[in-house]
Design a protein around this ligand. Structure first.
Ligand code: PLP
Length: 369
């Protein structure tokens, strides 16, 4: 099996900490809230000196994330803190940044609102057209596949290779997939960023993000950005994410199993006007999904007849939480046009959770009369 389709080592993750334990130590990692550290005499490299530079609990969570990514990882207090750190580490005045026109809205707004003021030219292109190339003169390319919320795919290996050949840096936002669904670094990306607020956190109670890369120089700059900007996570939130990561594989597999079954049933449902799910044979992304994704994910894009039909579906389904964001254990949904996304007014992004399949399907079917 190709390296990029190999599952991260979920069993190894569960025993990562145990390997280094001494007799009598707790199996669960401690939370270490700390601003100051005992520091007599001269500082030594690698030693914690001050809470903005490092924290033992961050390191435990970073070790787990790095284990899943198969590359060093740095923790941030949100997905946007991670993405902006990667962009600040890579870009300088005069650079051009290419990002997805149909990707996460805040990433685009960050570029247009802040990076543009510092002399970075921000250009947007639809995800499905990133394969057209033309990366000469671009400093960095941000890739989201599947794009959120449209669920268009792009060939990550081909695009990251073309970006590298043009002398640019590729950054893949892998939030919708997690390392269990897709491994952008193994596909050739220079940097992967993700919002761990979503499936990695998984219980809708924390915000967190990370940056991961094999490039030591880039990671050193990302770390410096974190120390100097002060965009640091709390020890408690880092601990909470670590706890969640131990069940990520279990939750992600259940969510994907559910989504595959539900998408197949929605595909023949008379109330559904259009359906996007990369795991469906009828989906335009299916061949690419098979080639580069381990699982088709847990996000389904379904279009109902009208705005009213979509709102009624979300409001009346007993097992759908009406909410923005996704990746929690509870199935959630929202009508994306309410944020101005370029989708049909009846388009619903359904984020499938970990409920047992049959009750979930019964509730969904009942809300689509
Ligand atoms: C949610 C999300 C982000 C931002 O993450 P936060 O943790 O909310 O800051 C970035 N990219 C994608 C694709 C997302 O879905």
């Amino acid at each position: 099996m190709s390296d990029h389709l190999k599952a991260p080592n979920a069993a190894g993750l569960l025993h990562l900490r145990g390997e280094a334990l001494h007799k009598g130590e707790p199996i669960a990692p401690p939370i270490t809230p700390a601003s100051m550290f005992h520091l007599p005499g001269d500082p030594e490299p690698g030693l914690a000196v001050y809470g903005r530079n490092g924290n033992p609990t961050w390191e435990i969570t970073e070790a787990a994330l790095g284990f899943l990514e198969d590359a060093p990882a740095l923790l941030f207090p949100s997905g946007m803190a991670a993405l902006s750190a990667a962009l600040m580490a890579v870009l300088k005045a005069g650079d051009r940044l290419l990002l997805p026109a149909d990707g996460y809205y805040v990433s685009r707004r960050f570029g247009e609102t802040f990076l543009a003021r510092f002399g970075v030219t921000v250009e947007a292109r639809p995800t499905a057209r990133l394969g057209e190339g033309g990366f000469e003169g671009v400093a960095a390319v941000l890739i989201e596949s599947p794009s959120n919320p449209g669920l268009d795919l792009v060939d990550i290996a081909a695009v990251t290779a073309a970006v590298r050949a043009a002398g640019a840096v590729s950054i893949v936002d892998n939030t919708t997939m997690t390392p269990f669904g897709q491994r952008p670094l193994a596909l050739g990306a220079d940097i992967v960023v993700a919002s761990d607020t979503k499936a990695p956190g998984g219980h809708s109670d924390l915000l967190m993000g990370h940056v991961s890369s094999q490039d030591e120089g880039l990671m050193a700059r990302v770390r410096e950005w974190r120390s100097m900007s002060g965009a640091i996570p709390s020890a408690f939130d880092a601990w909470l994410l670590h706890r969640s990561l131990e069940t990520l594989e279990l939750r992600f597999e259940r969510m994907c199993d559910n989504a595959e079954a539900i998408a197949a049933r929605l595909a023949t449902h008379p109330k559904v006007r259009a359906l996007r799910y990369p795991g469906l044979a009828s989906d335009p992304g299916q061949a690419l999904a098979r080639a580069q994704m381990r699982r088709p994910g847990f996000l389904i894009g379904l279009t109902l007849e009208s705005r009213e039909a979509a709102e009624r579906f979300i409001a009346t389904c007993a097992l759908i939480t009406p909410a923005t964001s996704f990746g929690g254990v509870h199935t959630s949904a929202e009508r994306r046009a309410r944020w101005g996304d370029d989708v049909a007014t009846g388009f619903v992004r359904l984020a499938v959770g970990t409920e047992p399949l049959e009750p979930l399907w019964t509730a969904i079917d009942a809300a689509l009369p």
